[in-house]
Design a protein. Structure first.
Length: 277
C-alpha cells in the first residue's frame, strides 16, 4: 500500500443531483477515514427517480481507466461495488478484481438488483446470472430480501418465517462470502437487518421503522458496512452502526421535510460517524 491509511475502490454510478451511489459513498467513507478511489460506471444529471435525466454510459472507459491505475501500481484495501448497468459492466468489475485484488483486499458487493419483490426493469436474466458470479467473489454481501432470493433462485415472499430467513442467509454464505447481511426486513414497527459471519450464528439487529421510504438508504447502509470492513471492525457491530445511522438520517430528513426522491439528509449528522469511528 502507498500509505497506512485504508483505501477503497468504489465502482458505481455518479448522479449530479440526488443522494445515491457515489454521492453517498464518497462522503460517508471519507467520514470513516477511508480514502476513496472512484471508477464511475456512468454519469447522470440526476438519479432516475426524477421525471427526466441525462445519462452518459462510461462502460467503454472502464478498461482504459483501470489500465491507467495499473500503471500507477495502485493497490486497495477494499473494492466496493454498487449498481451495475449491464453484463459487460459486471464483467469489467470481475476484470478489475483480477487486476487489483490481493489476499489483503476486502471485496464488498452490494447487489443492487431490485426491491419489494421485483427485479429492476434494467436487469436482464443474463445480468442476474452474472451478479451471482460476482456475489461468489465477495467477502461481504449486502442484499435486501428481493436480491437475496434472486441470488439463490428462490421465490420472493413477504411471509418467510425467522427460521426460513436464517436458512436463506446461511445459503448466501454457501455462495462464497465470509459475511452477509439481508437489510430492511420489516416486522410490525421495526426494521431488522439479519447478519451472519462464517463460523457464527445469525444475528437479528433491530431499529425502529421510520416512514416514508426514501431513495438512497441502501447506499448509506452499505457504505458504512464497506468502510468498517476495510478497517477490520466487528461485523455485527458495524451492521448495528449502519442501521442506527440510516434510522437517524430518516428522522432528520422528515424533520427537514426533504422530498422523498432527494434521499436522506445524511449531511446533517455525518459527524456522528466520525465520533463513533
Amino acid at each position: 500500500m502507498r500509505s497506512k491509511q485504508k483505501t477503497i475502490a468504489l465502482i458505481n454510478d455518479l448522479s449530479g443531483f440526488g443522494r445515491c451511489s457515489l454521492t453517498v459513498s464518497l462522503p460517508i467513507l471519507s467520514a470513516l477515514q477511508v480514502q476513496c478511489a472512484v471508477l464511475p460506471t456512468c454519469i447522470l444529471s440526476n438519479h432516475t427517480a426524477y421525471p427526466s435525466y441525462l445519462f452518459h454510459d462510461l462502460t467503454d472507459d472502464m478498461s482504459p481507466w483501470m489500465e491507467e491505475w495499473k500503471k500507477l501500481d495502485l493497490s486497495f484495501n477494499g473494492i466496493y461495488t454498487g449498481f451495475l448497468g449491464s453484463e459487460d459492466q459486471i464483467q469489467k468489475v470481475k476484470d478489475f478484481c483480477t487486476m487489483f485484488q490481493t489476499s489483503q483486499t476486502c471485496m464488498i458487493v452490494d447487489p443492487v438488483m431490485g426491491d419489494h419483490g421485483k427485479i429492476y426493469p434494467t436487469y436482464t436474466e443474463g445480468m442476474c446470472e452474472k451478479m451471482k458470479e460476482l456475489a461468489r467473489m465477495a467477502d461481504v454481501l449486502t442484499p435486501n430480501l428481493t436480491e437475496a432470493c434472486r441470488l439463490l433462485d428462490r421465490p420472493f415472499r413477504n411471509d418467510y418465517s425467522k427460521e426460513d430467513l436464517e436458512r436463506i442467509i446461511r445459503d448466501l454464505l454457501d455462495l462464497g462470502p465470509q459475511k452477509a447481511v439481508i437489510s430492511g426486513l420489516e416486522m410490525d414497527d421495526e426494521v431488522f437487518n439479519l447478519a451472519i459471519e462464517r463460523g457464527k450464528e445469525p444475528c437479528w439487529i433491530p431499529t425502529k421503522k421510520v416512514l416514508p421510504f426514501r431513495h438512497g438508504t441502501g447506499d448509506v447502509f452499505a457504505s458504512v458496512i464497506a468502510g468498517d470492513a476495510v478497517k477490520g471492525l466487528g461485523f455485527y457491530e458495524s451492521v448495528q452502526k449502519a442501521a442506527d445511522f440510516v434510522h437517524d438520517c430518516l428522522l432528520i430528513s422528515n424533520q427537514l421535510e426533504v422530498p422523498m426522491e432527494d434521499g436522506v439528509a445524511f449531511e446533517e449528522i455525518l459527524g456522528n460517524l466520525i465520533t463513533k469511528n
